[in-house]
Design a binder for this molecule. Sequence first.
Ligand SMILES: [Fe+2]
Length: 131
Amino acid sequence: MTAIKTFNQSANADTDREHQVQLDLLEKLCVALESGTDASQSTALLTELIDYSEAHFMSEELLMRMKSYDDYEDHQDDHVQMLEVLRGLATQLNSGQTAQATGKARDMLGFISQHIATRDKRLADHVRLGL
Ligand SMILES: [Fe+2]
């Protein structure tokens, strides 16, 4: 196997793993909010999710630039939007607006799942084909 093929396969495997971590954290956050466990647990999960998402999005954006990817701008817009929503969630949690934050977290899980199934899938196909 060529070095570039190995790189492409490992980049996609890393991205898949990172998506799973992101989805697991978000699902845990939804459950914590919905079950009304203490706010500090939700805040800790959300902080971890935001930090992880920032790093994950940065690595995906770097990969897109390396591959001269044609959907870079729209894809990055999704990332910016997701981080804005997550930071807005943190503001709501900090100000005690738990009910609104709970609904928003579930919506976010839907949005991220959709992003992974469409834009991230397209990027993975592009990387896999070595385009
Ligand atoms: Fe993405």
